[in-house]
Ligand binder design. Sequence first.
Ligand SMILES: C[S@@+](CC[C@H](N)C(=O)[O-])C[C@H]1O[C@@H](n2cnc3c(N)ncnc32)[C@H](O)[C@@H]1O
Length: 206
Amino acid sequence: MYNEKLHLSFKGGSTVTIKWFVDNVLRWIFLFVLLWDAYALIFNKGIPNIRTAPAIRKRIIALLKAEYARHSGPEPFTIVDMGSGNGLFTRDIARALPEARIIGLEISKTALLWANGFKKLYRLKNIDYVSQDFFSYHLGHANAVVMYLTIFQMESMGKKLHEELKPGTLVTSNRFKLGDGWEPDDIISVKTLYPHQKTFHVYRQK
Ligand SMILES: C[S@@+](CC[C@H](N)C(=O)[O-])C[C@H]1O[C@@H](n2cnc3c(N)ncnc32)[C@H](O)[C@@H]1O
């Protein structure tokens, strides 16, 4: 609690009470930061930062675990989230697969700030966030790629994955199908409370 009688003194002798400062300055700064953050997260340069529904995250993580169990070789099993947003999905994956390496590629600085903050808070050492346009990140080292993007990105994403992924790499795409001729091995329906998230697609690079 602040004390109404406390004063802030300025050069020249003028003073304001702490209460006045909180009511007239701090409150508005707080509101502005909150609204700016909401704007950045929702509109995000035309690409909404919407998270994958919990039930879909759970199903994809089960697939990743099965894939991890089949993995052999000296390199860590590497999962890339194309557009990791605030990092919720990467954190779930990191907890479920502590021996795997998770890479979150994200273009929004606000989202990255949140993701890195939570990573630190929860002491998750097996996630790395990369501040980069995912179209300029080479995916040759990935064992699995997960994404939840917009329909407008799926054609160029399909082309990129065809060109860069090593054979056998697992790909999941929430809601939208990959373009460039990718045919899903499976289309999995999941009951969720999210009106637009009912299916995800599973692919494997030939
Ligand atoms: C719908 S969110 C998905 C968040 C998280 N992957 C999930 O499934 O819960 C898509 C994210 O992709 C990011 N994104 C869109 N285009 C991108 C690009 N070209 N490079 C990097 N990130 C991008 C957006 O900023 C947004 O945070």
